[in-house]
Design a protein around this ligand. Structure first.
Ligand code: ADP
Length: 271
C-alpha cells in the first residue's frame, strides 16, 4: 500500500513559509544541506519542526516531500512498487525515490514509528555513498548534491521498542527543538493569529504554567500550535476562558479531575 495522500505531501518552493528562528538552526540546516549531511530533529509535538523544514526547503529553493510515518509504513511505501495499470504493471516511485531522483528534500516525520525495514533503505543514503538501491527495478540511484534527508521524532513518546537504533542515530547530525522562549513564542502566536502581541503574552505565561505542572500526568503538554489555535479563537471574538478551555485543555486530557485542575489555572488568568 502506498502512503495515503494525506500522509505524503509535496510542497514547492514558491512561497516562503513564515518561520521565526530561535537559535542558529537555520545556519545548521543550510550547512548540513550544502555539506550533504542528513539531519535529525528531535522535539515535542507542535514546537515548530515541520514549519522550520518547510521554511528552509523554500529558502534553499527545493521542493519538500513530507511523509508522516506510522507503524504500518514499510520501506516499499517510501521507495515505490509495481502497480497494475490498464492491464500492465508499472513502477511507481515512492516519495523517497522521487526526492532522490529530483534532488529535493525528503522529510520523514516521526520516523521511529515506521517499520524496521525502513532503516535498511535509509542507511546507504545517510553515509558517503548517498545511494538508494531499488531492489525491485534493479536500479541504484545516486542522490544529487541537492538531495537532503531530514527525519524527526518526539523523544517524549519514546518507548524502548520505538527508539532509533544508535547505529541509525549516528548517521545524522541532530538538532534539539523545544518550545520557544516567551517573547519569541508570543511573537509567533501574534504573527500566526493576528492577535496583538500584548494579548498573546498572558497566553504564553499560562502555557508555561501548564507545561510546568509536574503533578499532572499528561502525555503531552500545551504546544505552540495549540496556543496559535487559542489565539485565533480569541481574535475571532470567543471569550478567552472558553478559547483556552477548547484549545488548551480539551485537546490534552479526558480526565474530569485533571481538567478541573487545568481550568483553575486558566480561571486565574482569564476568570
Ligand atoms: P511540529 O512539526 O514540531 O509538530 P509544527 O512545525 O507543525 O510543529 O508547528 C506548529 C505550529 O506552531 C506551526 O504551524 C506554526 O503556526 C507554529 N510555530 C511553532 N514554532 C514556530 C516558529 N519558530 N516560527 C513560526 N511558526 C511557528
Amino acid at each position: 500500500m502506498l502512503p495515503q495522500q494525506d500522509l505524503h505531501s509535496v510542497s514547492t518552493p514558491d512561497a516562503l513559509p513564515f518561520y521565526k528562528p530561535v537559535g542558529n538552526e537555520c545556519a545548521v540546516f543550510e550547512t548540513a544541506y550544502r555539506q550533504r549531511l542528513p539531519l535529525l530533529i528531535k522535539g515535542p509535538t507542535g514546537c515548530g519542526k515541520t514549519r522550520f523544514i518547510a521554511h528552509m526547503a523554500a529558502r534553499l529553493g527545493r521542493s519538500l516531500h513530507t511523509v508522516s510515518c506510522h507503524d504500518d509504513l514499510t520501506a516499499a511505501d517510501l521507495t515505490g512498487r509495481y502497480l497494475l495499470k490498464g492491464g500492465e504493471t508499472v513502477w511507481m516511485d515512492g516519495p523517497l525515490t522521487r526526492a532522490v531522483r529530483e534532488g529535493n528534500i525528503c522529510y520523514l516525520d516521526e520516523v521511529v514509528e515506521a517499520r524496521k525495514d525502513v532503516t535498511v533503505v535509509l542507511h546507504p543514503l545517510t553515509d558517503d555513498r548517498r545511494i538508494l538501491p531499488l531492489e525491485r527495478t534493479g536500479e541504484i540511484l545516486h542522490a544529487p548534491d541537492t538531495f537532503m534527508l531530514v527525519v524527526s521524532y518526539n523523544p517524549g513518546y519514546q518507548n524502548i521498542l520505538k527508539s532509533l537504533k544508535p547505529s541509525t542515530r549516528q548517521r545524522f547530525i541532530s538538532l534539539s527543538f523545544d518550545f520557544p522562549p516567551p517573547e519569541i513564542e508570543a511573537f509567533i502566536i501574534a504573527s500566526e493569529s493576528g492577535l496583538p502581541e500584548k494579548e498573546c503574552m498572558p497566553l504564553v505565561s499560562l502555557a508555561r504554567q501548564l507545561r510546568e505542572l509536574k503533578e499532572i500526568d499528561l502525555e503531552e503538554v500545551v504546544s505552540t500550535r495549540l496556543l496559535v489555535y487559542c489565539a485565533i479563537l480569541i481574535k475571532s471574538g470567543l471569550n478567552p476562558y472558553h478559547a483556552a478551555e477548547t484549545a488548551l485543555v480539551e485537546p490534552l486530557c479526558d480526565d474530569p479531575d485533571v481538567k478541573q485542575g487545568l481550568l483553575e489555572l486558566i480561571r486565574a488568568t482569564y476568570g
